[in-house]
Design a binder for this molecule. Structure first.
Ligand code: PEP
Ligand code: MN
Length: 340
């Protein structure tokens, strides 16, 4: 991107003219301002599509400055009002605080149904559970696949809870979307641009998780990939980043990302304190902190018997712990004027 080109004090008129004609050739209008020492050449129009290198290498150019942001469709500058994302009759908006809950992986119909019933009764609005699991080790349990999707379908029918589940590959988007009410893009796939484009072409809302190595700018650019394809039903999820400190927590939950993202974008923002901390005893404190920071919801892992979970048992709440969390959350919701 290039919005303003500064010519060096020694640049000749011919060099200035060469830059001006290159700018015009690329289809932009140009504004030239001649100072006592330096000439400034401003590009008029949306410059996101051109690289600053195009100008940097021309003779006489001192510096190329970018003013526009790389992302556009996701930015508050482009759209002031909050985007309301709806999953069935659940909506992510300023008035609500949506609690998504469920096991890390879909393991059995009986276990998922037992979990989903408690989640619904306690006030959870969306059921989570992975059928396709990205695992660090290729030898770990990587989900039940199609069978897991069928279990999600049946549990959704029985409880009425909409489901969110991860999709890992572009060619599996249609299959996963045939069951899911919302498609999850996991942290490891936040940089998978083909996958982002593919979910952007689907009609389903997307839960985009921040990569553990991703800057917020990169996170917003990933969301831009989805919106650019015509799907603006995107929810951003802060799930902790990798820092030098992993002694007490699995990741460092970057809660400052919440108010930053709420300012920077019109999309809803939620927090995942389960992956963010890796510890069930830290989930409730971080849910409260997420609410206070302005998040539009949280996603927490819950399991009937965490000690037997196929994945992430250590960070999963037991069912009674989830019920108690929801009860204890009530007064905090009232303080900030949200409801679930
Ligand atoms: C998950 O939600 O179970 C998951 C795998 O999360 P993340 O992609 O954030 O690691
Ligand atoms: Mn997990």
């Amino acid at each position: 991107m290039a919005d303003l080109i500064i010519m060096s004090a020694q640049a000749t008129e011919a060099e200035v003219q060469k830059v001006v004609s290159r700018v015009k050739q690329l289809g932009f209008n140009v504004h030239v301002s001649r100072g006592e020492e330096k000439t400034l050449i401003g590009l008029i129009g949306d410059t996101r599509g051109i690289s600053d290198e195009v100008f940097r290498m021309l003779p006489g150019v001192l510096e190329v400055i970018t003013i526009l942001k790389e992302y556009k469709l996701v930015s508050r500058e482009f759209k002031k009002e909050d985007t309301k994302v709806s999953i069935g009759d659940v909506s992510f908006s300023r008035e609500n605080f949506v609690v998504i809950a469920g096991p890390c992986s879909v393991e059995s119909e009986k276990g998922l149904l037992e979990t989903a019933k408690i989640i619904k009764k306690a006030g959870g609005k969306i059921l989570r559970g992975g059928a396709y699991k990205p695992r660090t080790s290729p030898y770990s349990f990587d989900g039940l696949g199609k069978e897991g999707l069928e279990i999600l379908r049946r549990v959704r029918e029985k409880t009425g809870l909409p489901v969110v589940t991860e999709v890992m590959a572009p060619e599996e988007v249609d299959l996963v979307a045939s069951v899911a009410d919302m498609l999850q893009i996991g942290a490891r796939n936040m940089f998978n641009y083909r996958l982002l484009q593919r979910v952007g072409q689907s009609q389903k809302p997307v839960l985009l998780k921040r990569g553990f190595e991703a800057k917020l700018k990169e996170f917003l650019n990933s969301a831009e990939y989805i919106l650019k394809e015509g799907n603006n039903q995107v929810i951003l999820c802060e799930r902790g980043i990798r820092t030098f400190d992993d002694e007490f927590t699995r990741n460092t939950l970057d809660l400052a990302a919440v108010p930053v993202l709420k300012k920077e974008t019109h999309l809803p923002v939620i927090v995942d304190p389960s992956h963010g901390t890796g510890r069930r005893d830290l989930v409730f404190p971080m849910v409260k902190a997420a609410l206070a920071a302005g998040a539009d919801g949280v996603m927490v892992e819950v399991h009937p018997r965490p000690e037997e979970a196929f994945s992430d048992g250590f960070q999963s709440l037991r069912l009674d712990e989830f019920e108690s969390l929801m009860k204890k959350l009530h007064p905090f919701l009232e303080v900030v004027g949200r409801r679930w």
